[in-house]
Ligand binder design. Structure first.
Ligand code: Z2T
Length: 820
């Protein structure tokens, strides 16, 4: 970016409004002004974007292609300005012409091309890659409809389509020159060549074109702008009614239908697969296009493919892009003419795999018949990879059927994508230390025994640019005041706060900032829900996807328990609390949707009961998404991270709360374990079973929640309130399935499989400690400041540096500003 020139910037905005809308500034709507401002900002980015791509073209550095079905970017305008270090100047320039940057930012739709943690992680990684100056492409899909918008109607979740492209998205750039054919279906004909080798000829397929759209990923204050490529699908031949014979006509109709449906919508299921054919097509579509683009780029500089691993590494974000293994093999063999062994050597040095969950429902397995029908040539290659891999297993473990049962890629009529990723990938990583240990010692034990050198841990991280600099400007200024500038690129700098955490003046300042942020959220809550909340109450926040293992149900049962206590003793000593929830449920997930309804019904009863004097409020914030998350984290006193130990691979919301000075109540799960290590036991509230205890119960089938229900009167009472009409206007059936969750024991679905009742008593006791601690303002403030001070490890900059050092081996690029 050239030096910011206020005059030119203002001129450009009024020119944009004129040219785009035939209006002047006074006539333009806020949405039109957003488009005009965004375009001016894009213009500021453009020189650096061009310069970065020129350096990459000229120096040809090794580049990571981060392959991901999801990128949960959140709004770009404010974030880009932060990273260009132009936020304050642009805000001031806009004020001069009577515009408010905040209002303008809020016109931008959240690009929500992801479900939750996995997609948001990919977005944080791109921010860190650019900010550290590494050459990188994100590769994903340009879904027409992103994650659904959530409305709450009479307490129920209703899904509304997210038409994020409706008004045009100003930061995307169509790149029609990057267009690749992707083929589906048909047959493979084998033909003997003169040299005795086989040719594999793919016939009768349907083809669509993948067309690139680029989004800029602006690095922090370093002039580096990386690129996120999102692929759109277009029919190969424009469908026309006249110019076909019958056969061509049907093919054209089918291909244009395929192109339209392929990228229509993001599947809104996190950690649960449905095995839909269209999903497999989406996976192959964006993977094939991305690999074709990477190879085309490489071939501009090289004739032989042998050096590909020196220039290109594909990181597979979970198993969703794992078809990349076979697609790269296919291109190397069928298109580039390499032998199997040459192609395998290259492929296995180019692909690496990240695992994000141990939940069995999330393991991707495709029925062989579907896989083979949709991707006949790719299937042949998977079959051959499997044949050779099984031979390796038999070689290593002669006569051991169990090893084949657990590790073969093709088994029981299915293609097991994780097994393919591990067999071919040179690196397999978990996303937090505990998670990686569970992979090595439990779920992927046999693979770890066979390939110990592949396994490694990369504890997740988050970007402080979005979640502190942008989301919490008041706290950002506080950190700058006590730690100096520089935390934006080195989060360890907040450690300087340790020396200040005892200072009453600093504590007071921190608490005032927290209170301002609580006011900002309270206003949002009032506007959206009509509920008035007390900003002096504890803001106790549980926001994340709705999933049984994340135990929102345990949280709301605890609220019901507290309400019972208050009703029994109206004069009891009670620290006022606002319980804030935000969560989307996968559209077909019964227990998750019922939990949302329960939270809303409990909220309705409690919020309207004047007899408790407003001591408890319950709020369900509709449509939890990146943009309102930034405000929610900033306002939180307490962060709920209460998953069943062993189930949350890492969590990243936990880190965002910590960064914003909330105290965590949590289990020893995922990255909570490492947060605890960093911040110390005085500053975090831990409770519940350990991962080993949970795994022990699961192995021995000796957990008996019914005994707890029968023997603990508090548990008994709240569970019975699910079926006695207390929270359902007398309807005994509405929440019966949630009640049954605790007590119906089936072999495939054991009672209380997420151990809510096992942890309930220690959750209650730990929440009592939280309340007592909040009374001590100074102790609380000190602990909150300590959380900010000790969060350094959880910057995604640290995570990315570890990927670079251990897996990708990239070198930084330098974009010289003297170019201008
Ligand atoms: C997801 O968000 C996560 C894991 C998945 O496994 C799928 C989705 Cl959509 C297939 C989450 C984990 O649950 C969370 O613990 C982790 O922090 C996050 O991925 C990023 O690694």
């Amino acid at each position: 970016m050239k030096a910011f020139n206020k005059k030119i910037f203002i001129k450009q905005i009024s020119d944009n409004v004129k040219n785009m809308y035939r209006k002047n500034l006074e006539e333009a709507s806020q949405e039109e002004l957003f488009q005009a401002v965004a375009d001016a900002v894009k213009n500021m980015i453009m020189d650096d974007w061009i310069a970065t791509q020129q350096v990459m073209e000229k120096d040809e550095p090794k580049t990571v292609y981060y392959l991901s079905m999801e990128f949960l970017l959140g709004r770009a305008l404010g974030n880009n300005l932060i990273n260009m270090t132009a936020y304050a100047q642009v805000k001031e320039a806009l004020e001069e012409i009577g515009l408010d940057l905040n209002t303008i930012e809020q016109q931008e739709p959240d690009p929500a091309l992801g479900n939750g943690g996995l997609g948001r992680l990919a977005a944080c990684f791109l921010d860190s890659l650019a900010s550290l100056g590494y050459p990188a492409y994100g590769c994903g899909i340009r879904y027409r409809y992103g994650m659904f918008k959530q409305q709450i109607v009479e307490g129920f979740q209703v899904e509304v389509p997210d038409n994020w492209l409706k008004n045009g998205y100003p930061f995307e750039m169509k790149r029609p020159e990057y267009c690749y054919e992707v083929r589906f279906g048909g047959h493979v004909r084998m033909e003997m060549r003169e040299d005795g080798n086989m040719d594999f000829i793919h016939e009768d397929y349907q083809a669509v074109n993948a067309v690139a759209y680029d989004l800029p990923i602006v690095g922090y204050n370093n002039h580096v702008v990386d690129t996120l490529i999102i692929w759109d699908a277009q029919p190969e031949v424009e469908f026309s009614l006249t110019s076909f014979n019958e056969g061509q006509y049907h093919k054209a109709v089918e291909e244009s239908n395929l192109a339209r449906t392929l990228v229509e919508v993001l599947y809104p299921n996190d950690e649960h697969i449905q095995g839909k054919e269209l999903r497999l097509k989406q996976q192959y579509f964006f993977v094939s296009a991305s690999i074709q683009r990477a190879i085309a780029k490489y071939k501009k500089h090289h004739r032989s493919l042998k050096q590909l691993p020196k220039k290109v590494v594909f990181q597979m974000n979970d198993t969703h892009p794992t078809v990349a293994v076979a697609e790269l093999m296919r291109i190397l063999i069928d298109v580039e003419g390499l032998s199997w062994d040459e192609a395998w050597k290259i492929t296995t040095q180019c692909v690496a795999y990240t695992n994000h969950t141990i939940m069995a429902e999330a393991l991707e397995k495709w029925p062989i018949d579907i896989f083979e029908r949709i991707l006949p040539r790719v299937y042949q290659i998977v079959d051959e990879i499997n044949r050779r891999f099984v031979l390796d297993i038999m070689d290593r473990y002669p006569g051991n059927e169990d090893k084949i049962r657990s590790m073969a890629i093709l088994y029981d009529g299915q293609v097991r994508m994780a097994n393919l990723a591990i067999a071919a990938g040179f690196s397999v990583n978990g996303v937090a230390r505990l998670h990686t240990e569970i992979l090595k010692n439990e779920s992927l034990k046999d693979f770890y025994e066979m390939f110990p050198e592949k396994f490694n841990n990369k504890t997740n991280g988050i970007t402080q640019r979005r979640f502190l600099a942008h989301g919490n400007p008041l706290l950002a200024d506080f950190v700058t005041k006590y730690c100096g500038k520089g935390w934006e690129t080195d989060l360890q700098k907040t450690r300087k706060l340790i020396a200040k955490a005892d200072d009453p003046k600093v504590q007071k300042e921190f608490m005032e900032i927290k209170r301002e942020n609580k006011k900002r959220l309270a206003k949002y809550i009032l506007e959206k829900t009509g509920i008035e909340v007390n900003v002096d109450s504890i803001f106790d926040v549980h926001v994340k996807r709705l999933h049984e293992y994340k135990r929102q149900l345990m949280n709301i049962l605890h609220v019901m328990y507290l309400y019972n206590r208050l009703k029994d003793n109206p004069d009891m000593d009670f620290v006022p609390r606002t319980f804030i929830f935000g969560a989307k449920a996968a559209a077909g997930y019964r227990n998750a949707k019922n939990t949302i309804k329960l939270i809303n019904n409990v909220a309705d009863v409690i919020n309207h009961d004047v007899s408790i004097g407003g001591k408890i409020k319950v709020v369900f914030i509709e449509d939890y998404k990146v943009s309102n998350a930034e405000w929610i984290y900033a306002a939180a006193d307490v962060s709920e991270q209460i998953s069943t130990a062993s189930k949350e691979a890492s969590g990243t919301g936990n880190m965002k709360f910590m960064l914003n000075g909330a105290l965590t109540i949590g289990t020893m799960d995922g990255a909570n374990v490492e947060m605890f290590e960093e911040v110390g036991e005085e500053n975090m509230f831990i409770f519940g079973l350990s991962a080993q205890e949970v795994i022990g119960f699961e192995r021995n089938h000796n957990y008996r929640p019914g005994d707890i229900y029968n023997n603990d009167p508090d548990v008994n009472r709240v569970l019975n309130q699910l079926i006695d009409g207390t929270y359902s206007h007398g309807d005994y059936e509405l929440f019966r399935s949630l009640y049954n969750y605790f007590l119906n024991d089936r072999p495939d679905n054991p009672a209380d499989r997420y151990f809510i009742l096992a942890d309930f008593r220690s959750y209650i006791q730990t929440q009592e400690k939280v309340a007592a601690y909040y009374r001590n303002r100074s102790a609380w403030a000190k602990s909150a400041i300590m959380n900010v001070a000790c969060v350094g490890k959880f910057s995604s900059d640290r995570t990315i540096q570890e990927y670079v050092d251990d897996i990708w081996h990239l070198e930084k690029i330098k974009v010289r500003t003297s170019l201008f």
